[in-house]
Design a protein around this ligand. Structure first.
Ligand code: ZN
Length: 452
């Protein structure tokens, strides 16, 4: 007898972009059978009225081994998180993978190697305004190659955090990624308000190296009236055959660490951000709206906290995510309970609620495809992203009528409030969320990319 039967649900076929009433059987870690008649199993779930989709793949997160955000991700229907984004990752990926494999994890983890920390730091560059010389670039390439051999799924960049980085650093590393057929997610520079050069330079990198570029949290980079022009640039680059995709969350207001170049006084001035556009997301000042006094106090006494910057308008999120080359992502991070940004608990339910149910900007099938098979294909997760016998047993069962994000900003509500309408999530064939509650499971594996 198979381990789990999920009967009477509506199965989303991500290849055909069609829905069919089918009964799904899981056995061990795999999808074992799709059947026209109800199945028997050790565990039987009645999914009448629910969609059964492949588990969502979150291409942009900063979970990197921390348990609580992984739990929140599981409750959102995410079964794979890609970590090591924005140029920030563990230095020794092999050691990271081994630790995670030993203890198990709520969801699957794929990892990128980060250009900022560890690579730049490892070659002795601690000043974000300093550029690497030829010798340092060669050293970074050698270290990145080692990480790719250990299974990194790509090389990430956080150019905003290293304003002094020379584009030659990016080009050298992107060439290496192209050689290994791995992806390069880039958090572009935020030079000043209205800037699009930062996007242009990444399009150039795609052109010069052939590397597949993924522009991270696109709305966070190009909101405030820029989105239309930014998307047009990507459209044109893709029309010329350049390998570029983008990802975006469902929010325009982004969060990052207070001690980054982003939140330097000079940068705040250059971008014309007002104090009351910023809210503290973590620590003892959580929920407080920024003012000049708090700013300088925190710079001195609480530099490691996260701060949310409010900008842009919601419409820009929709304009971005309707594009067929855009994927939903969370930008989730390792916050403590009760802290953070609503993206950690609300991103994927909000994506389905807004894009499909309320605004009808995407069909359900298209929306699910963009959160499953599209990222699986881009990252080369060959046994994920669709529901077929032999594929990994990663499934998300949700109700389109009920799905709803409950998380809110820390000055208004609970940033980690769990969503409604996702009763079951399976990771590697195990039920990790039941009746909307995380089951304290550890069936998530590490995804180490193999050399081809
Ligand atoms: Zn980022």
């Amino acid at each position: 007898m198979i381990s789990t039967a999920i009967n009477h649900g509506i199965v989303v076929d991500t290849h055909e972009k069609k829905c069919r009433k089918l009964h799904v059987g899981l056995d061990g870690s795999k999808i074992a059978v799709l059947s026209e008649t109800p199945l028997q199993g050790e565990k039987v779930i009645d999914a009448s009225g629910f969609y059964v989709a492949p588990g969502f793949i979150d291409v942009h997160g900063h979970i990197d081994g921390s348990l609580y955000p992984a739990e929140l991700s599981a409750c959102q229907g995410v079964t794979v998180t890609v970590g090591g984004n924005c140029g920030l990752s563990p230095a020794d990926l092999d050691a990271f993978f081994c630790t995670q494999e030993e203890r198990g994890f709520p969801i699957h983890q794929a990892m990128l190697i980060g250009h900022g920390t560890p690579l730049r730091q490892a070659v002795g560059i601690t000043d974000p305004y300093q550029k690497a010389d030829k010798r340092q670039i060669a050293q970074m390439v050698a270290m990145a190659e080692e990480a790719l051999r250990q299974g990194a799924c790509g090389i990430s960049f956080g150019l905003d955090y290293v304003p002094g980085c020379d584009i030659e650093e990016v080009i050298a590393l992107a060439r290496l990624a192209a050689k290994y057929h791995r992806i390069c997610p880039v958090h572009t520079r935020l030079l000043t308000e209205g800037d699009l050069y930062s996007l242009f330079e990444i399009i150039k990198v795609a052109e010069q190296t052939g590397a597949h570029m993924l522009i991270s949290h696109f709305v966070y980079q190009y909101c405030e009236g820029l989105i239309e022009r930014a998307l047009r640039m990507v459209d044109r680059a893709r029309d010329r055959g350049l390998p570029i995709h983008i990802d975006s969350g469902m929010y325009t207001n982004w969060a990052t660490f207070f001690d980054t170049a982003t939140f330097e006084y000079q940068n705040i001035q250059a971008n014309h951000w007002k104090w009351d556009q910023m809210v503290v997301a973590t620590g003892q000042y959580k929920g407080q709206v920024m003012n000049e006094e708090l700013f300088f106090h925190m710079k001195k006494y609480a530099p490691h906290e996260s701060v949310i910057c409010f900008e842009g308008n919601e419409q820009e999120v929709y304009e971005c995510l309707v594009k067929d080359y855009a994927m939903p992502s969370s930008d989730t991070c390792g916050y403590e309970k009760g802290e953070g940004h609503p993206q950690i608990a609300g991103s994927f339910p909000r994506y389905l609620r807004k894009m499909v149910r309320e605004k009808k900007l995407l069909s359900l099938e298209e929306a699910v495809y963009k959160a499953t098979l599209l990222p699986a294909t881009l990252f080369g997760f060959e046994e994920k992203g669709c529901i077929e016998p032999g594929m990994d047993g990663d499934l998300t069962v949700f109700s389109l009528e009920e799905i709803c994000d409950k998380a809110d900003y820390p000055h208004r509500g609970e940033p980690d409030a769990k969503p409604l309408g996702i009763p079951y999530v399976f990771v590697d064939g195990k039920c990790v969320v039941e009746k909307g509650e995380y089951q304290n499971t550890r069936s998530g594996k590490t995804i180490r990319k193999q050399e081809k």
